[in-house]
Design a protein around this ligand. Structure first.
Ligand code: ZN
Ligand code: ZN
Length: 414
């Protein structure tokens, strides 16, 4: 089967035009619109058009409807002259604080069902996600990656952890932050608050390190009882990492699986460890728990991994970044960059919510789709004709699946 690149491109262009003509009224312009820089790419364009700015929401929406961008971005920064061409001329006034949580940075159990790789150096290939070729060690791997609802729920759990840090450790209020599904492989969390605007990169790095659990030191939760014995000094009610560490330790000590315990506790000390656990079960008081320095360091590694948030720290540190425009469509997926309130986060079906191109059935010829993609499962090695909802067709085309639309485009987009 041969793809028809031009027809598939036309399908995407028509789908995007259809969307912006109907929905642009519902797209909120970013706050302080006149101080933001915008950047766009277009289906037949080359590269990004930057330094775009708008005077008001009307002008902004008109642009989307008329130009139909493939990808739309705006600056997390505020500028006095956002359409000036150099950073100096723009005059930076401040920036929102942005966090990026991306499936690429998280191990998920489903990647083996939808991701594959090829090593151009030795020709090896396989399924799942790898960082280097297992045969020759080459790190320059060609990857084909997809996303499914399992990936997204793992990423969403990271967002929920992050929100806890932002509300409870940093004291932001719910209405100073919002979350977007990026329309592809993750989520963005935006903090729009006077308190963050003028922060420089160093401060943003501190915040990033804090939520990632970088630099947790043994002194943070123990006191030295003797040269080789450290006594736990935190309790679950404490704010910040102290409480997080205490809560994890309680869980770990009372319910941890043996494999994990044996990674931390010296085997010769296991009897003593069991006695300590019994004392803890009786009293619930963590101060009966002692560790060696080596054990503490290992536990801290585990806690940072489990309780720290997996963000792309470069995004948080960058004060001049362009970020996806909420309400726009992601050019590779046709899914909407969907804005979610903190309250909705736990229960919202983000794939459903962002599938704004809708469920209208489209007949396609399809070959070798991934076994699991978005909320859909395909039979292995499928090849043939299928009726699929429009949003999924756009998603498959955008991600480079072998797919051919059989219906007349004029009957799909009327
Ligand atoms: Zn190789
Ligand atoms: Zn997945």
């Amino acid at each position: 089967m041969k793809n028809s690149p031009d027809r598939n491109l036309q399908f995407m262009m028509k789908a995007f035009r259809w969307y912006y003509q109907r929905y642009s009224e519902r797209i909120d312009a970013p706050s302080s619109l006149e101080n933001r820089e915008f950047g766009f790419t277009f289906f037949r364009g080359k590269g990004m058009i930057r330094h775009v700015s708008f005077r008001d929401a009307e002008e902004f929406r008109k642009y989307l409807v008329e130009k139909v961008p493939q990808h739309a971005f705006y600056s997390s920064a505020y500028y006095r002259f956002p359409s000036a061409e150099t950073m100096d001329e723009k005059e930076w006034l401040g920036a929102d604080l942005i966090f990026d949580i991306d499936v690429d940075h998280i191990d998920t159990p489903c990647k083996v069902y939808h991701d594959s790789w090829l090593c151009p150096k030795c020709g090896a290939s396989g399924r799942g996600a790898i960082s280097a070729c297992p045969h020759c060690g080459n790190e320059n791997i060609k990857r084909k990656t997809w996303v499914c609802n399992t990936c997204l729920s793992v990423a969403r759990d990271e967002v929920i952890k992050l929100i806890d840090f932002l509300l409870n450790d940093f004291g932001f209020s719910q209405d100073e932050l919002y979350v977007t599904f990026s329309g592809h492989r993750g989520f963005h969390v935006h903090v729009e608050s006077e308190a963050v605007r003028s922060m420089d990169q160093d401060l943003r790095r501190e915040i990033s390190d804090y939520v990632r659990g970088v630099g947790l030191v043994p002194e943070a939760f123990t006191v030295q009882a003797s040269p080789r014995v450290f006594k736990v000094s935190v309790d679950p009610e404490m704010p910040g990492w102290h409480g997080r560490i205490a809560r994890y330790l309680l869980f770990w000590l009372l319910a941890a699986d043996e494999a994990e315990v044996s990674r931390v506790i010296n085997p010769r000390k296991l009897r003593y460890f069991d006695e300590m656990k019994k004392a803890l079960e009786k009293t619930g008081d963590l101060s009966v728990v002692t560790f060696s320095r080596r054990e503490i360091s290992k536990i801290l590694e585990i806690i940072a991994e489990k309780e720290g948030v997996k963000i792309d720290e470069r995004v948080t540190i960058d004060i001049k970044r362009l970020i996806r425009l909420p309400g726009s469509l992601h050019g590779k997926t046709g899914l909407q960059v969907y804005k979610i309130s903190v309250d909705e986060l736990e229960n919202k079906d983000v794939i459903r919510a962002s599938a704004v191109l809708g469920d209208r059935k489209v007949r396609v010829m399809l070959k070798n789709p991934p076994e699991k993609v978005l909320d859909r499962i395909f039979p292995p090695d499928f090849e043939g004709v299928m009726e699929l909802p429009l949003y999924l067709v756009a998603y498959l085309i955008g991600n480079g699946a072998e797919i051919k639309v059989l219906d007349a485009l004029s009957s799909v987009f009327y």
